[in-house]
Ligand binder design. Structure first.
Ligand code: PEP
Length: 250
């Protein structure tokens, strides 16, 4: 048994208005008041102020779903780490496969974002994962190891202990096709081993690695019980309060 605290994080993506978000978090905080896991909601930028206020004093932490790596400047439409920190945001999800696919996120920008997030006292949730073709071609381990190595470049051992990594096979995101417990655990172990090679066992034993990809109220407990899986990054099921409550307690 590791002493890593399970972390159940919802990724709402582009769902819920600011008022719907506050209503949801007000209801969720009662339901998860006694959970041992850390509970995180990853909400759209416009929902952040209301959700941070609603979550205050509860055991719900708040995540943004993206950030720019520069502090300020001529980057129309972007939001910086000091802006998020000023709101009281705890975590920032970076490198999500949807951002890589539709918005040009790369391993290099993920790394720059990770540095900016730490500089402003927040914690990155770094997503990685292979496509179906990569899995079928047998390059999953190489691909994920490379993503992680670049994402962590230049971070200190202390920072890597705090980082949360979300292993999300792209073929399992939003498809209802969950990786088996063994498939998910195998890649999470590969990620932990990569961190061990880079930073040593002390660090790799501390870093939390989530699985994401069609996690739901039925499969969460089994997945989270695997040796190298420390919780989940949850999309669709995190929008349903009863399902997310079950996942947070898994
Ligand atoms: C995600 O968006 O990170 C995700 C894992 O989505 P879903 O749970 O819907 O597959």
């Amino acid at each position: 048994m590791s002493n890593r605290r399970t972390i159940a994080a919802g990724n709402w993506k582009m769902n819920k208005t600011a008022s719907e978000a506050v209503e949801f978090v007000n209801a969720l905080k009662e339901k998860v008041a006694d959970t041992a896991s850390e509970v995180v909601v990853g909400v759209p930028f416009v929902c952040l102020p209301g959700v941070v206020a609603a979550a205050k004093g509860s055991n719900i932490k708040v995540a943004a779903q993206n950030v720019h790596w520069e502090e300020s400047g001529a980057f129309t439409g972007e939001v910086s780490a000091p802006m998020l920190a000023d709101l009281g945001v705890d975590y920032v999800i970076i490198g999500h496969s949807e951002r890589r696919e539709y918005f040009g996120e790369t391993n290099e920008t993920v790394n720059k974002k990770a540095h900016a997030i730490f500089k402003h006292g927040m914690t990155p949730i770094i997503c990685c994962g292979e496509t179906l073709t990569q899995r079928e071609q047998g390059v999953t381990a190489d691909h994920v190891r490379y993503q992680i190595k670049v994402a962590l470049l230049g971070l200190s051992a202390e920072q890597v202990k705090q980082v949360v990594i979300a292993y999300e096979p792209i073929w399992a995101i939003g498809t209802g096709k969950t990786a088996t417990n063994e498939q998910a655990n195998e890649v999470c172990a590969i990620i932990r081993n990569t961190i061990k090679e880079l930073y040593g066992e002390d660090v790799s034993n501390a870093t939390r690695i989530q699985y994401g990809g069609s996690v739901n109220a039925k499969n969460a407990a089994e997945l989270f019980a695997m040796s190298d899986i420390d919780g989940g990054l949850v999309g669709g099921a995190s929008l349903k309060i009863d399902d997310f409550t079950i996942i947070a307690k898994a």
